[in-house]
Design a protein around this ligand. Sequence first.
Ligand code: ADP
Ligand code: ZN
Length: 716
Amino acid sequence: MSGRRFIQVIMPLQLEWEPFYYYDLEEGASPLEEGDRIRVGFAGKDYVAVVSNPDAGTEAAGIGVEKIRPVLQTDIGLPPVSKTETELWRQVAGYYLCTVGEVYKAAYPAGKTAEEEVKARTMERLLKRLEDRESRIERARKPETKERYIAERDAILAEISKSAGERQRSAAPEIELTQPQKDAYSGIKEASKSGKPALLHGVTGSGKTEIYLKLARESMDEGRNVLYLVPEIALSRQLEDRIRKQFPCELQVSHSGESLARRREAASFIRSGSYIVLGTRSAVFLPHRNLGLVIIDEEHDPSYKQDNPAPRYNGRETAIMLAKIHGATVVLGSATPSLESLYNCSVGRYSLVDLTARYYDAEDADVEIIDTIAERRKNGMKGSFSRKLIEHIRECLDRKEQVMILRERRAYSPVVQCEECGDIPRCNHCNVSLSLHLRADGSRKLVCHYCGRVTEFTGTCGKCGGKLSPLGSGTQKIEEEARELFPEARIARLDSDSAMSRKNETGIIRDFANGDTDILIGTRMVTKGFDFSGLTLVAVIQADSILGQQDYRADERSLQMLEQFRGRCGRRGRRGLFVIQTSQPGHPVYQSLEGSLAPDTTLAGFLAERKLFGYPPYSRVVGITVKDYNLSRLEKMADDFKGVLEHSRLGQSASIVGPYKPAVDKVANQYIRAFRILLPKDRSLLLNKETLAKVAECFAKERKYTGHITLDVDPV
Ligand code: ADP
Ligand code: ZN
């Protein structure tokens, strides 16, 4: 066996915590380099692996040489992975306690169709031709030759735009920043000089986006690329248009859940020249080159966190790691910054930059809180709507202005109940009650929001044969009620049911933006980022469902969401109105919204509470979930795991909560138990995290339970 060269590779798999596998190179094969992508076989399947060590010597430590198998193919025509990329993967894997292979898999999702492959190749070919023409233009001596190449280049560019679904060039005039914007801008530059991320805290409409765009322009002028992150793509439709006006040829949009072909296109786009990527969290794993600026907009938004599968990373933290690797400026922006980021400012890790004035001089929308219990007593409710809210909506419609209504539950009704025996139908596979949905064809279905199973709604109780009736109202019911109350209004609904496809979603938003819809009803999707000039009334129905989460972050989250929603209206100088219907009118979150508590006091209060209980940002939380199809096996496993945790080398100061039943303790036939580990943020942190990862790994290997354990660092 001697004389053979071994290499180490990263596989797109969850293989141990240090996922390097050795493969034997064919004799006479051309040498590989770090980052090269090659084809290898493993457990009967083919994978594209990344070379992490091209020269692991001729002896493979600790592994039986006979087990090492040959590389299947070296030259597979895929561009290599850069060192900055693998550096990021290692950092993410280290921080989020997963394997480098899992991060690699997220960065380069596999599973292609032949058609996608062809499309991606077409793009790559075009880009190659483009490069060729550019260099010819440079080298051309005769003006005619040069002109011809320029014409050819432009033709290729047009084709690229077409095949990437892009528009034609158009240059937008530069916008002059106002004084407060200029000050904020200098603040960001200053922070960047001292190597710190800047947290731009500015109300909606204060002109944060204009500042980002100026920074982006500068970075591009210096020949350095830009990553512009947003929590969700729905948010970024209008933004996309704004950026495209400035960077018609350089903009590339990339979001989680796009097709593999689109992701490849984005990757080759990035490899081929200067770029600005507008994307959701997964855009951090594109093959970035020479980043000069990283913008993290709406940094407080929980959708930056990936819950499943691993890597369970937060796009915000990962983007900061990425920026550090590239030496890029970082701006985090929000009207309602996360406590984590404010804390980071207070300890000097970030620099806080305030932007208080609104560009259009609008004031915050007035807040009106409507006590639904009191109203019901006075006969002031009509179904889900209070008479007061109905009045406000009528006035608004009379003025030809628009209304948005938030209801945090999709479906017709979230629960149904038997009028005779009181039974509430539940999912057979999950421990949750079923929701009633109306289909476009008029049929009625019971749907499980956790596993997605759908059954016919017969209207009769399965237990006693009594009549099942809807309890409470979701967005569909609110829409139905609104149509009855305001028959003359044009009404639309935006939730994950109505926005099944991106096209529907864009259509609904576009109609509202164009003023073709008067009332838009939706789930939290409507609270985010959109800028509608005709919108002057926003209302929440049954706001209690927003407050009602049992979590130390609940108040922070609900306040952020309500503030964001409030920010949707009155952005153009008109004073807006924000109506909240609730059965808990005295809740401190509302007091803060109404302004009876200063925002800073509220935040300080939240922070003080977190400190008192040792919650983040004063500690780090690792959530652990254990799942199994068999309940008693699961309970035994969870108890056993607890014992192992307690006897592990976790420091004294680490606190272990659990195993406990999570709010939903069975999903898709799997029972669930959870732990929450609080780790102090001190010198023991790294060691504690390592210990946790090791304990979980060994437990899974040695204890031979059938259940699965997952670790989630900084769960949201
Ligand atoms: P934010 O991102 O903070 O919500 P935007 O950047 O979207 O705010 O600004 C709100 C509105 O004000 C936008 O329509 C924007 O074009 C406009 N605006 C902001 N700053 C300027 C400026 N300096 N000159 C002209 N228009 C501006
Ligand atoms: Zn279910």
